[in-house]
Design a protein around this ligand. Structure first.
Ligand SMILES: [Zn+2]
Length: 342
């Protein structure tokens, strides 16, 4: 609790501070269990915590018991080519970890650590060990040898085989207090105009796991973006009126929406100027953009971009705006974009 924030290495989140310093102490006193299962609900940052632990175990020049980030070991690990670090996980999502994968790792563990320090195996998917692969691993979990560590990640709510489970110590990943979670989440989403209430309900929805909350938010944003595209297309096709769409938009988060819209219009400009699809950033809507580009006038596109930027500035300056009117005007301009190009 007293740890200053800057003592945390990359990948360790504020709610993991206490557990992190406990493990640091264990490493320092050479008491770290040789087989450790990290458990907890999704979205608490288990994998990044374990990665930070790997870096610390392998670093040859620790600073304040954290990985230095500069020594040869740290560089090899960052380049994904550390000879004494192995990652074991299913070859494909949903598949089991196979006995051959375990044997390959055993083969490389049979030799001395090449960098002269610890050897670490991360098993990302403790529950994906099937009977055969688990059996092949048991002896190693029991007697891993000096300076060898097995770090297993348990994907809640799946079940780890009891034979594996009984040979490992369990570290239940800490959940943030609701205040901790909320503060962190607000920092992460500070550009997204989210009220405290909305942030709170997002965190509740994520079962108190902040990274899960971010994921949920991102998928909601995807839905919003999709909905927006559907409505913009409907206006061009004359299936919806600008007033109707403006009504649905006025209660939505306009800042990200207007920003997306500007991005799409920038893509339109690129298409008008080069006709090169490769220049387009929003690849998923190339067809729509091409159709609009064909029928619109570049001067009108620039005018709409300019208006969007101006409205965004007004919103950011918290000027008293009537969102319905603002949206109507912008959407009407969008409607005319295609009309004017005829
Ligand atoms: Zn280092």
């Amino acid at each position: 609790m007293d740890e200053p924030l800057n003592a945390l290495p990359m990948g360790v989140y504020p709610w993991q501070t206490q557990q992190w310093s406990q493990l640091q102490k264990m490493i320092q006193q050479q008491h770290l269990p040789h087989a450790l299962i990290v458990g907890g609900v999704p979205g608490l940052g288990k994998l990044s915590f374990v990665n930070a632990l790997v870096a610390t175990l392998l670093c040859q020049n620790k600073i304040d018991n954290n990985a230095c980030g500069h020594c040869k070991s740290c560089q090899l690990l960052a380049a994904n080519s550390h000879p004494d670090f192995k990652l074991l996980q299913p070859a494909e999502a949903g598949k089991a970890i196979l006995v051959d994968q375990v044997r390959n790792i055993q083969h490389s563990l049979a030799t001395t650590a090449q960098q002269g320090g610890a050897r670490v195996v991360v098993i990302n998917g403790a529950c994906d060990l099937n009977l055969n692969s688990a059996n092949a691993l048991l002896k190693q979990l029991e007697e891993p040898g000096d300076h060898s560590y097995f770090l297993l990640i348990h994907q809640w709510p799946k079940v780890v085989l009891p034979t594996v489970r009984s040979r490992c110590q369990l570290l239940e990943m800490a959940k943030p207090t609701s205040e901790q979670g909320l503060t962190w989440l607000q920092q992460q989403l500070s550009d997204n105009e989210l009220t405290i209430e909305a942030t709170e309900s997002l965190l509740q929805l994520a079962n108190g796991a902040p990274l899960k909350a971010i994921e949920l938010y991102a998928s909601k944003a995807q839905d919003l973006r999709h909905q927006m595209l559907v409505e913009l297309t409907a206006i061009l096709r004359g299936q919806k009126s600008t007033i109707e769409v403006a009504q649905s938009w006025q209660k939505k988060p306009l800042v990200p929406m207007l920003n997306w819209w500007i991005e799409w219009l920038n893509d339109l400009v690129k298409l008008k100027m080069t006709q090169e699809v490769s220049q387009v950033s929003n690849k998923d809507i190339v067809k729509l953009l091409q159709a609009v580009a064909k029928r619109s006038d570049i001067v009108a596109i620039y005018a709409l971009i300019e208006n969007l930027i101006q409205q965004l500035n007004f919103i950011n300056q918290r000027r008293n705006l009537n969102p319905q009117l603002v949206c109507e005007e912008l959407l009407h301009q969008w409607y005319l974009l295609v009309k004017s190009g005829h």
